[in-house]
Design a protein around this ligand. Sequence first.
Ligand code: PEP
Ligand code: MG
Length: 569
Amino acid sequence: MYKGIAASRGIGIGKICRIIEPDLSFEAKVITDIEAEKARFSKAIADFVEETNAMAEEVRKNIGPKEAEILLGHAAMMDDPAMSGEMFSMIETGQCAEAALTAVSDMFYGIFSTMDDEMMRQRASDIADVKVSLLKILLGVKDVNIGSVPEGTVLVCKDLTPSMTSQIVKENVAGIMTEVGGPTSHSAILARALEIPAVLSVPGIVDSVNDGDTAIVDGNAGDVFINPELDVLSEYIIKREDFNKKKAELQKFIGKETLTADGDKLEIYCNIGTPKDAKKAMECDGEGVGLFRSEFLFMDNTHLPTEEEQFEAYKEAVETMEGRTVIIRTLDIGGDKDIPYMDFEKEENPFLGFRAVRYCLAHQDMYKVQLRAIVRASAYGKAKIMVPLVTTVEEVRTVKKLVAEIKDELRAEGIAFDEDIEVGCMMETAASAAIADLLAKEADFFSIGTNDLTGYTMAVDRGNAKVAYLYSAFQPAVLRSIRTIIKAGKEAGIPVGMCGEAAADPLMIPLLMSFGLDEYSVNPVLVLRARCIISKWTKAEADALAEKVMAMATEEEVKAELEASAKEI
Ligand code: PEP
Ligand code: MG
């Protein structure tokens, strides 16, 4: 058995398919039959154009027209004589197609990548992509087509990138295993959104398995079995049935209010990354959106999204939620989230650096475009603004000042917006917890981001496997911070939510109920489970458990007690 990080719930059993980046090295040859080599290269280009256009059509259907444009641009690039003409000229001097392709692409890459214009730099990475695709064709290297793996496949790869995830056909992939990534990495978030069991950060797994091996992926416990004995396989087939049955039973909570066992009303919201996800939030019966990660609009783009583009996206999310609250987090970039066209400087400690609200307040013209788009979208439903990575009162005051300026401008222009649009604080730094009482006087609401709060409280890098043992929201230090933040919010009379992954943790929920958390924002697929867990606990039971647990000194004791007290769902 291999151990990894349980990143997406469920039991997956199937046959392994490894996704391996192919070796594209080649030996440059001197060509004697120039015409034959030119014909070989022409054929490779024709195949590339055909494959790329077909892929663009798939992407247009499954993802969107904007993403398809990128691929269509790649196909068009090889029709450009400036590019292919140079390559053919080199072949005429006796160089092989692989060498000509590499030399010309690298030359253009060098020119474009150093240009000031961001569109031109983007062209450099397009050239690099085209080069790799054409080399694969010339060398006869086959890519595993993730989109066409057969039903019951367990994908094994070093890392699962968002572009790989976009090709996955959910019905065919039984499980996912990777060598990197933690429970809050984007690959984990995407796997959960697809409801595919996933275990991440399994050391050396790619080289330890073969295509066609049978694998069990236990996304609940973080365990992986390769070619298991029959008794283990039978045990997990039963576990899988049990898990799937429980999941089906949760359907009875659909359309119901979120009530504690005493009948007190709480709320389950959803975390989303794109306006389209708002549909999923509605389908999964979310009572609102507690976190719209707006940076996806910036990351899946080749330029800064304009006010109109952003407005349309926020409006779509707000309208889809039909009057339910939509908390839009303003741009949270830097740290692990890079945006190529924004030219971030390399920093020694990016997680402690120039990121999120710090970056936005230093680029107020850019930030005001986003704030204006959100304030305008507030005319179409219930939008709220959330500020990430707050560490000082001044940051919140400055954002509120900018919002007030925008409101004045919109009033003067006769553009509609919600006069009462709220500005809240994302509570995810040790500083914000320490000054929660001061921030509560400035903010209209709090939302606790436990993913970062855990990291910043424990001084642990979210992605560093060596210190992962410290990264737990059940650490007494983190639990105390959460309790302090909720208490400060309650005392100031503002609502407090949680949008970090801990809000969906069955062991954490009774503690949060006891602390007085109002709103739990979770991945859409976890709405019903969270609602079910809340329905099992009375406030008195949750308080008794919290009292016991908050007196404990170690994470181990805390977890053991919470596990022993957990209620069957
Ligand atoms: C968090 O930090 O808890 C959070 C929800 O934000 P993100 O995971 O996007 O940093
Ligand atoms: Mg965060």
